[in-house]
Design a protein around this ligand. Structure first.
Ligand SMILES: [Zn+2]
Length: 439
């Protein structure tokens, strides 16, 4: 039985080569089928791998052999490219200065798609921008200046890296002119923003006034009073010179009718208040104050009428006045505000008292400098309540209505000027200083 068994087993063995070869064939076929299926399913990934090897052999090799992070970032400004090194590590630590003009588009380019990216910009240690966008418009910046930038990038392979850089924003200057047309006796304000620190601003005009230029934050302010002595119905020129650039503006001065007044005043009062001595006093005490100007604006918002409930005539300012039938006239440089003797007189706005004194012609007189050469004048007061050098707030009582000096009865003569040129005080009260309605 055993032999038979062996015999039968040997028969089995004898038959096996035929069966084995068919099994191998099936296995090979199965492998081929699996391989074809695998290739069909993963063909995209395979072609990517092959493509990468063919297109970017260096990158591929780097990814395989270099374990250090890819430590550079590119910042592109309108096609100009800046290389930014990651902070720390072996980098030299030099921080590139990236120049950007007003309409520049700043792009942050990473070699690989980052998992997270955030860029922050600081001006004078104040954060002005934080964005996950890779495109920054220079328009979003706050004018000229050196912006400290930092870009934080997180990548799966390399972790988080920080890239410091500086953007030197240098925008072309922008000019605002408060009016292209005005009445004589009104104030025109010019504001120049984003002027370079090394660029000098100059102004030339045929308006017969040499304006000062005042700094106010990022702005340069030019106060340009148009005198009632300027020729009406004429176009004047304003030329701004900035570095090697020139800008010209036309300013039309309208034909405004100023009334003529014939006034009588007691001959004795006239003789005792307008004479050589009074003229000498004005020359000595008032003239030196005219060109003074504080480099900061003290005023706030609009000016106020200095006498509450006072009677005002809109034609008062700039009228031609003949006194006691004199053939010659002079211009009345302010408003005559009528009210009872002793009524409080208030400061029309905040400022510094340039003068509080009794003068022969103008009686008890106060002059306030509100900054940038803008002044208000108060004449003929009964009493003075401030002293030269005092600081006053809008609405503070500076004196009382009276009739001192060259005056026909109780009233306040109230005038406004930019240095020596008188302007319409009603415009300061109704509208404020153009472009500079300061809060
Ligand atoms: Zn007057």
């Amino acid at each position: 039985m055993k032999q038979h068994d062996y015999g039968s087993s040997s028969r089995k063995i004898n038959k096996s080569p035929q069966k084995d070869s068919s099994k191998k064939l099936a296995a090979i076929l199965l492998i081929i089928i699996f391989y074809v299926l695998f290739c069909l399913i993963y063909r995209d990934k395979i072609s990517d791998l092959l493509g990468e090897l063919i297109d970017n052999p260096e990158d591929k090799i780097k990814n395989i052999f270099v374990s250090a992070p890819d430590t550079t970032l590119t910042i592109d400004v309108d096609g100009r490219k800046y290389r930014v090194e990651a902070a720390g590590g072996d980098s030299s630590g030099s921080i590139p200065i990236i120049k950007a003009g007003k309409n520049a588009i700043i792009r942050i380019i990473t070699k690989e798609q980052p998992e997270a990216i955030n860029t922050e910009l600081y001006l004078n240690d104040v954060r002005v921008l934080s964005t996950s966008n890779t495109v920054i418009q220079a328009n979003d910046l706050r004018g000229d200046g050196e912006y400290k930038g930092v870009c934080e990038i997180t990548c799966g392979k390399t972790g988080t890296s920080v890239y410091p850089f500086t953007i030197a924003a240098d925008f072309p200057a922008t000019v605002s002119v408060s009016a292209s047309e005005t009445d004589p006796g009104e104030l025109v304000v010019i504001c120049v923003e984003n002027l370079n620190h090394d660029e000098k601003l100059e102004v030339e005009t045929d308006l017969d006034f040499t304006p000062n230029i005042y700094k106010y934050g990022n702005k340069n302010i030019i106060m340009l009073p148009v005198s009632y002595y300027n020729e009406p119905d004429r176009v004047y020129q304003i030329k701004l010179i900035m570095g090697d650039e020139e800008y010209s503006y036309a300013l039309r001065v309208n034909d405004k009718e100023f009334i003529t007044q014939y006034m009588t005043i007691d001959a004795n009062v006239a003789a005792s208040t307008r004479n050589e001595k009074s003229a000498e006093e004005i020359k000595e005490k008032i003239h030196p104050l005219r060109p003074l100007s504080d480099p900061e604006p003290w005023w706030q918002d609009k000016f106020i009428l200095p006498v509450e409930g006072g009677r005002v005539s809109e034609t008062d300012f700039g009228k031609k006045r003949h006194v006691n039938n004199s053939p010659t006239s002079y211009r009345h440089n302010g408003l005559d505000i009528g009210h009872d003797k002793g009524t409080p007189v208030m400061a029309s706005n905040n400022g510094r008292v340039l003068l509080a004194d009794f003068l022969i012609e103008t009686g008890n007189t106060v002059i306030i400098e509100h900054g940038f050469g803008l002044k208000t004048w108060y004449y003929h007061m009964d009493e003075l309540r401030v002293e030269t050098g005092d600081w006053v707030k809008k609405g503070d009582i500076i004196g009382t209505v009276g009739s001192t000096g060259f005056s026909t009865g109780p009233h306040l003569h109230f005038a406004a000027s930019v240095n020596s040129v008188y302007i319409n005080p009603l415009t300061l009260i109704n509208e404020g200083v153009p472009l500079l309605l300061l809060e």
